[in-house]
Design a protein around this ligand. Sequence first.
Ligand code: TYD
Ligand code: MG
Length: 443
Amino acid sequence: MYRCTDCGAEHPKWGGKCDSCGAWNTLAEEVLSKRQVTVGRPSANGPIPVRLKDLDASETPRLRTDIAELDFVLGGGIVPGSLTLVGGEPGVGKSTLLLQCASQLEQSGVVTLYASGEESASQIKLRADRLDENAGAVRVLPEVRLESVVAHATNVGARVLVVDSIQTVFTDDLEGAPGNVGQVRECAAKLMRFAKETGCAVVLVGHVTKGGGIAGPKTLEHIVDTVVYFEGELSSGFRILRAVKNRFGSIDEVGIFEMTASGLIGVKNPSAAFISSRDANATGTAITALMEGSRPVLVEIQALASKSGFGTPQRVATGLEQKRLAVLLAVLERRAGIPFADLDVFVNVTGGVRLIETASDLAVIAALWSSVSNRPVPSNSMFLGEVGLGGEIRPVGSTERRIAEAARLGFSRAYVPARGKIAEGFDTVAIAHVSELADAVAA
Ligand code: TYD
Ligand code: MG
């Protein structure tokens, strides 16, 4: 059989070009091993069926990293023998997070090996010197050959092995260059076997390009036990760690970090951090509460509408989908009679947070209204509601939890859809339609 060394596609005949990925001259011959299946005879030392009730119920203790936000996202710590993938764009802070994690583990007596194919040992040391943690005890190994990494991990008796990154390691068994799909998958599969056989937890770093790209960790998601993504606007200091798959915990939770001059620090009170630099009397700003996992987090939405110079007016959205902004502008124009045709519109979500819920629609609209009419919204208020195409405001989930978070931070009024559930002891103003916004906010 012929297999493409880039994408792994199988071909019965040799060809100059891979039909599947289009790469030239990548097909390599492979011997198909004939597996003999003998019916009725189990393998000599293989596993045998057991009843679940006969299994030892005591849960294997997790390895706590003492980085509270990381433990939280993983569901209480690293599970021994598990394979975890930490994905993220280059420069977001994956190596920093894992070096901090390794140093915490090492300090609590868990032998950790940090294998890096990206940086030399002295470069890792430079990074370590910047951190608050004392990473001196961490063993580092600048190596790209997988077999060697695994052998060293066995020799030092590592209970946690960090491989930074999966795109830089290669196995002797395949010819392709490190980073191609075949290599990435084979290396991950080998590390998976190593983890399951020895009980050593393996943490892989995977780079993702903006598009989710080349030989990306996407191809690994089904192999590994846990996938966490590290994201955030590089220009802002805030980073969000999000579990998208977790065989040993929930995928609801997110951890929020701030990148500082001495490494990543967990943000204990994200709401306060995200709205801290707010000018309460400024126009064009509104507060809303997002659900980040099961936690409500307050964020500030800023809008600026200014006279457009010439040509097609600009629509610039940061932290919000461009298309969603277009929808909201159209609704405001048609249903509330606010013209945007000759205005440039800029919308920004502070802290580098991305709005993925529609629950923040009403806040975006309030910020736009405030900018156009040059009047601030009441400073103690927050906005919750999804905007429909007819201009109607729809209720959103977890209203009480979001309002409770706002109350905790000193807010005293929420603008919510009429049909939404309304919390006690907090001033709530019902808005059923976008045309009511102006009167409701000015009152
Ligand atoms: P890094 O962990 O190298 O990112 P990744 O491994 O995801 O590519 O982090 C790189 C960025 O973090 C870099 O721009 C410098 C910054 N940084 C700090 O701001 N403070 C620090 O203490 C460290 C170690 C890095
Ligand atoms: Mg790195």
